[in-house]
Design a protein around this ligand. Structure first.
Ligand code: AMP
Length: 390
C-alpha cells in the first residue's frame, strides 16, 4: 500500500495524517504529538477513529519539533504497514511568490527561510520537520503547501497598506491565511451548493484561529487576515484588528519590549485576554462569568462588522459558509452570528441549524447559510499527490 504523509507542525504540537493513494485518497491514520518540550504525548487513531497509540514521553525525550518528527517517524516505520511515497507539509507563509504548492529542494527551503521574519512563530516550526525528513530520507519527495497561496490573486488595491510603496516591494503587504481551508471549501461548493458556487460567498473559518474569506466565483478576492495571522477577527488567543497606535503606546509608554508585545498579541489576547476565563469557545459558553459572555459578544460583533466589509469587496452577498471547530460544531454560535447577518436578508432555519445540516437558512432567506466541514489535511494530500507525480 503506497501512502502519503501530511505534516502540520505548530508551535508545540505536530499533527500528522496518513493517506493511502490507491483508487483515490483514503485516510488511514490521524495522529498528534502534543506538548512538545513540556508534556509530550503521542496519540494516533486509525481511519475509523479507534485509538491505536497513546504514549506519554519525558519532556527531555521530545524537546523540540525535530525530536517530535523523529519519534513520529520511528512510530510510523514500526507500526505503519504502508510504503511512504511522499510527504506534504502545511507551511504558513509562501511570501508573494509562491502562488501554488511546490516540490521542496534546497533552494525552496532557502526561499522559505526568508519568510521567517514575516511569521516568526509559525514558519520555523513548519520548516523544522522538512529539514529533519530531508536529512534522513533525501530520496523522499516533499511538497510545501502554503496558507497564503489561495489569496495570491487579490488585486493590488486589496493587498496594499497605505504606507510608502517601497515597503510593499520588501514584502510588507496583505497576504491572507487559512488558504488551504478556503481552497478546500471553495472546491466543495460546486458539488454541494452549485446555486451559489459561482456567486459572492463569504467563508468563515472559525477555529482557534479565525478569519473570513470573500470568494467571487470560487476565487479569493479578500481576507480579514493581512501581513500576519494577527489581523481581522479576534481569535482564541490573538487580538485581531487593533489600532497600530496601541502597539506604539505599549512600546513607548508602557516600556514593553517588542518580544513582550508579540507574546501579548499572539498568546494572551483574543477570547482568552478579554474573558480572563479561556480561549476555548466551549468553556466560554459554559461559563457563568460575565466576562466570558462579553468576550463572545465581542467575537460575534466583530464577525458581523468584518462580514459587512467583505460583502462590500464582493459588491453583495449570496451565501455565508461556516467552517472549522466553532463554525462546524456550535449551533449556538452560528445562531448568534447569523443574527448579525439579518440585515443582509439572511434568515436562519433553527431546526436545520440545530441538526447541523449543510443548508441552515430558510427557503426565503436572501443570503443562504451553509455549514461545510473543512479538511486542510486532505487538501495537502491532494496537492502532494498531484505534485509528487504518483
Ligand atoms: P479548530 O482550531 O478548527 O480545531 O477549532 C478549535 C476551536 O473550536 C476550539 O478552541 C473551540 O473553541 C471550538 N469548538 C470545538 N467544538 C466546539 C463546540 N462543540 N462548541 C463550541 N466551540 C467548539
Amino acid at each position: 500500500m503506497d501512502t502519503i504523509l501530511v505534516v502540520n507542525a505548530g508551535s508545540s504540537s505536530l499533527k500528522f495524517e496518513v493517506f493511502s493513494i490507491e483508487g483515490g485518497l483514503h485516510k488511514r491514520l490521524k495522529g498528534q504529538m502534543e506538548g512538545v518540550g513540556t508534556a509530550p504525548h503521542l496519540r494516533v487513531k486509525d481511519g475509523a477513529g479507534a485509538v491505536i497509540a497513546d504514549h506519554v514521553f519525558e519532556p527531555g525525550d521530545v524537546a523540540d519539533l525535530p525530536a517530535a518528527m523523529r519519534h513520529v517517524g520511528a512510530w510510523l516505520v514500526e507500526r505503519h504497514e504502508g510504503r511512504l511515497v511522499a510527504v506534504g507539509h502545511r507551511v504558513v507563509h509562501g511570501g508573494p511568490d509562491y502562488t501554488a504548492p511546490v516540490l521542496i529542494d534546497e533552494k525552496v527551503i532557502a526561499d522559505l527561510e526568508r519568510y521567517v521574519p514575516l511569521a516568526p512563530l509559525h514558519q520555523p516550526n513548519n520548516l523544522a520537520p522538512i529539514r529533519a525528513i530531508l536529512e534522513r530520507r533525501p530520496d523522499l519527495p516533499q511538497v510545501a503547501c502554503f496558507d497564503t497561496s489561495f489569496h495570491r490573486g487579490h488585486s493590488a488595491v486589496a493587498d496594499h497598506y497605505a504606507i510608502p510603496e517601497h515597503f510593499f516591494a520588501e514584502g510588507v503587504r496583505r497576504y491572507g491565511f487559512h488558504g488551504l481551508s478556503y481552497e478546500y471549501v471553495a472546491g466543495r461548493l460546486p458539488e454541494i451548493a452549485p446555486e451559489v458556487a459561482g456567486g459572492r460567498v463569504i467563508v468563515a473559518h472559525l477555529g482557534s484561529g479565525a478569519s473570513l474569506c470573500a470568494l467571487s466565483a470560487g476565487r479569493s478576492v479578500e481576507s480579514t487576515l493581512g501581513f500576519t495571522a494577527l489581523d481581522g477577527l479576534p481569535m482564541g488567543t490573538r487580538c485581531g484588528q487593533i489600532d497600530p497606535g496601541v502597539i506604539l503606546y505599549l512600546l513607548d509608554q508602557k516600556g514593553m519590549t517588542a518580544h513582550e508585545v508579540q507574546d501579548l498579541l499572539y498568546k494572551d489576547s483574543g477570547l482568552k485576554g478579554l474573558s480572563g476565563v479561556s480561549n476555548d469557545v466551549r468553556a466560554l459558553l459554559e461559563s457563568t462569568e460575565p466576562s466570558a459572555a462579553f468576550a463572545l459578544d465581542h467575537f460575534v460583533y466583530r464577525i458581523g462588522l468584518n462580514a459587512g466589509m467583505l460583502a462590500a469587496a464582493l459588491g453583495g452577498l449570496d451565501a455565508f459558509v461556516f467552517t472549522a471547530g466553532i463554525g462546524e460544531n456550535s449551533p449556538d454560535m452560528r445562531a448568534r452570528i447569523s443574527d448579525g447577518l439579518r440585515w443582509f436578508g439572511a434568515a436562519l432555519d433553527a431546526q436545520a441549524n440545530a441538526r447541523g445540516d449543510l443548508l441552515i437558512s430558510t427557503p426565503e432567506s436572501v443570503v443562504r447559510l451553509y455549514v461545510v466541514p473543512t479538511d486542510e489535511e486532505l487538501m495537502i494530500a491532494r496537492h502532494t499527490l498531484a505534485i509528487s507525480g504518483h
